[in-house]
Design a protein around this ligand. Structure first.
Ligand code: 8YV
Length: 330
């Protein structure tokens, strides 16, 4: 039997490449070149599957030019690079990589929260610049994390893992806003209260964004929402760029309308709004919330399982548009 052909769009773990080569004819990109949309289409010719990293846009224009394509497997939980309606219409399955990154990403939420509230990077820059000459009673005094109120926007798997850490590890009050409310037992397990978005923004000492990006969450936090927050509050975004209006945030930080922000994701990343780079009260990391080697391996393994499962056995592990599967089996 001839092996199906697949494309791997970015550099990946060498052992993952080897594993895929056992099952497929593989075109890889271990030099990690960033392909244009046209180049991606060109490389996808004759391929039935693609191993993707969440940054490659799969839309009607691409699908119309790739008639052999059956599966796009993201090694990420977020899938805003997929136009799922267009994929379903074209009979192309999308898969993502949920669960395996939940705890690691929640850990990072706390890394950002602690660094932001306690001014870790700002004070490190001060020290490295040789400016630390004496102790003083209010030097880099920050905001309390333990015992404070954490407002979580988006209460999926990662939001819940953060809520657990907040309630059980840091004695925080957890308030949350989400499209749907959790069941009472889950809420009780981390003593969380469901509130409206406005109340959350007005009440929380720290606001953590963990909702998916979509047209409806675009600029969910803009100037008006930032104006509702306490001047002492911090804002943490580890979800997706575009959920926060970065220009409005930079202004709010510059004018101290909120105390500080911690960001792992940006509008138009890897470009970062220069206004954010010029304010001191923001902790900036380059989209690394899931970046431990163990977790990145697990994310890649899930994409591999989806490719092998679907392309060789018509069974995907984490399908996003299972209607396509039903159609394939019909
Ligand atoms: C990825 C993420 O590393 O899984 C996700 O949705 O945001 C990260 O874990 C990132 O998307 C890479 O593009």
């Amino acid at each position: 039997m001839t092996k199906p052909s697949i494309l791997i769009t970015r550099a990946i773990f060498p052992e993952v490449l080897e594993q895929l080569r056992q099952h497929f004819v593989v075109e890889s990109n271990q030099d990690d070149v960033i392909w244009s949309a046209d180049e991606l289409v060109r490389r996808l010719q004759g391929k039935v599957g693609a191993f993707m990293t969440g940054t490659e846009k799969v839309n009607a224009a691409l699908l119309g030019q790739c008639p052999h394509l059956k599966l796009c497997a993201n090694m990420t939980v977020g899938y805003n690079n997929f136009d799922l309606a267009a994929m379903t219409a074209a009979g192309v399955l999308g898969t993502n990589a949920p669960d395996v990154l939940t705890e690691t990403t929640a850990d990072f939420g706390f890394a950002l929260l602690l660094a932001t509230a306690r001014r870790v990077t700002e004070s490190e820059h001060f020290l490295r610049a040789g400016l630390w000459t004496r102790w003083s009673y209010d030097m880099f005094a920050g905001a309390e994390v333990h015992g404070s109120t954490l407002g979580i926007v988006g209460m999926g798997r990662i939001g819940q893992a953060i809520a657990r850490r907040a309630a059980l590890g840091f004695g925080m009050q957890v308030i949350y806003h989400n499209r749907s409310r959790l069941d009472a037992a889950t809420e009780a397990s981390f003593n969380a209260s469901y509130v409206g978005k406005e109340e959350l923004l007005k009440t929380a000492d720290h606001v953590m964004l963990v909702l998916p990006y979509s047209a409806s969450s675009h600029h969910a936090i803009g100037a008006a929402e930032l104006a509702l927050m306490k001047p002492t509050a911090t804002l943490i975004n580890l979800a997706r760029g575009g959920i926060v209006d970065d220009a409005a945030l930079a202004e709010a930080l510059r004018d101290k309308r909120i105390a500080a922000a911690g960001l792992d994701v940006y509008e138009g990343e890897p470009t970062v709004n220069p206004a954010l780079l010029s304010v001191p009260n923001v902790v900036l990391t380059p989209h690394i919330a899931s970046a431990t080697l163990g977790t990145r391996r697990a994310m890649a393994a899930l994409a591999v399982d989806n490719l092998i499962g679907f392309l060789l056995h018509e069974k995907a592990v984490t399908p996003l548009n299972p209607e396509v599967l039903n159609r394939a089996g019909a």
